[in-house]
Ligand binder design. Structure first.
Ligand code: FES
Length: 106
């Protein structure tokens, strides 16, 4: 049975209200010196793993190209700042920033 329009709208509203904070990691394979290769994938894996360890409040998603190709690996907080030349050791700083919510507009 299909939900009524009001029930469907409520579901959408609830999904928006509980939307996790999101961090994007560029894993583009295009040529050049930045986001290609294992460094970006290492950052993605480390960020994804650490976000889970820290309670799973942060969603980590892959993205292809954010326009800073020569400064990779590149990470972007949804509604917040970019981080360039990110290394796996930087991920707690990024997660601290996301969880503090001071720059994230969600
Ligand atoms: S390839 Fe990653 S920002 Fe462009």
């Amino acid at each position: 049975m299909c939900p009524s329009i009001d029930e469907a709208a409520l579901g959408v509203h609830e999904n928006l209200m509980i939307k996790k904070k999101t961090v994007y990691v560029c894993i583009n394979k295009r040529g050049g010196r930045a986001c290609i290769g294992p460094k970006s994938r290492d950052v993605f894996r480390a960020l994804h793993k650490r976000a889970k360890e820290r309670g799973g409040e942060v969603e980590v998603e892959r993205i292809v190209c954010m326009g800073y190709c020569s400064q990779g690996p590149n990470v972007k907080i949804h509604g917040g700042p970019f981080f360039h030349e990110v290394a796996p050791d930087d991920i707690d700083v990024i997660l601290d920033e996301v969880l503090s919510g001071k720059d994230a507009r969600s």
